[in-house]
Ligand binder design. Structure first.
Ligand SMILES: Cc1cc2nc3c(=O)[nH]c(=O)nc-3n(C[C@H](O)[C@H](O)[C@H](O)COP(=O)(O)O)c2cc1C
Length: 265
């Protein structure tokens, strides 16, 4: 008799097969899908169970377009220019392209295309920094947006991704670095944080296996094994290797052929 599938098997399969889906179909998703996803999200852990999250579900195509416009202009420009402060080899692969900065920005926007604006639904994750004051003072000594807020928001966002995957849907983590324009579009009150946008829809890409470190590379037993502690120079190498693994993918997504002048810079 085949062994019974345990909760652990189901969980592991779900977390291993979920992936970030950066190309979604515009096709409608089941009526109750977002409700089911949010039913999961509300069970996330948070400091002192303060549950500092709220969500805006965006289905209106005009609002989606406005949010996406803000993303490919204000948000993208900000991260592009901050990235210029790094040595070129360590810039995020999206920002290691040949050409003058203005030309790079133009091509970056072209590459964004309609992006996640076509997703049938967006879940915008908001945080109320006042609610985390339910937890110990040490966690929020320095302001409203401290780790007990963002840790809770990350937990609920992770559950949204897993719940979407369990329903056969794709989701993507769209980091928002400049909140204000998005808050204005959605009329979000000043005191709230606009943490994340998660587009939801059917995947328009093939599933591919994820890449993660093996447990034995991550775990120490009883005490920290200092022989495995990375020196600063090794940590630098680690980042360079990480770039090496992703850069070619980004370059080809910009239409460059592997080995072409400037490709993979
Ligand atoms: C804090 C955080 C920020 C992220 N920011 C972005 C982002 O801005 N854009 C994006 O496409 N993916 C983003 N991701 C997704 C990661 O790139 C992705 O989870 C990682 O490469 C592993 O791939 P997988 O999700 O397909 O397993 C983010 C994930 C996290 C947790």
């Amino acid at each position: 008799m085949a062994p019974a599938t345990t909760d652990y098997d189901v969980l592991l399969d779900l977390v291993r097969t979920r992936m970030s889906v950066r190309r979604l179909k515009p096709d409608p998703i089941p009526e109750d899908a977002v409700d089911r996803i949010l039913e999961t999200a509300r069970w996330a852990m948070s400091g002192a169970n303060s549950q500092p999250w709220e969500f805006i579900v965006v289905r209106d195509p005009a609002v989606k377009r406005q949010l996406y416009d803000a993303y490919v202009t204000i948000n993208a420009e900000y991260i592009f220019w901050v990235e210029q402060q790094r040595v070129p080899e360590l810039r995020h692969p999206s920002f290691q392209q040949p050409g003058a900065p203005e030309e790079q920005l133009r091509r970056l926007r072209e590459r964004y295309g309609k992006g996640w604006s076509v997703a049938p639904a967006l879940i915008v994750v908001l945080g109320d920094g006042r609610k985390q004051w339910g937890t110990v003072a040490g966690a929020h000594t320095f302001g409203r947006f401290m780790s007990h807020l963002t840790d809770g928001l990350a937990n609920t966002s992770q559950l949204i991704h897993l719940a979407a995957a369990s329903l056969g849907l794709g989701a993507q983590w769209v980091s928002i670095h400049v909140q204000e324009p998005f808050k204005r579009i959605l009329d979000v009150p000043d005191l709230l944080m606009l943490y994340l946008i998660i587009p939801i829809g059917y995947p328009d890409v093939e599933r591919r296996p994820g890449v993660r470190h093996e447990v034995k590379e991550l775990v120490h037993y009883d005490r920290y094994d200092r022989s495995r502690y990375l020196t600063d120079a090794e940590a630098f190498d680690y980042l360079q290797q990480l770039r090496g693994q992703t850069i070619a993918k980004y370059a080809t997504s910009y239409g460059q052929k592997p080995g072409e002048e400037g490709a993979g810079r």
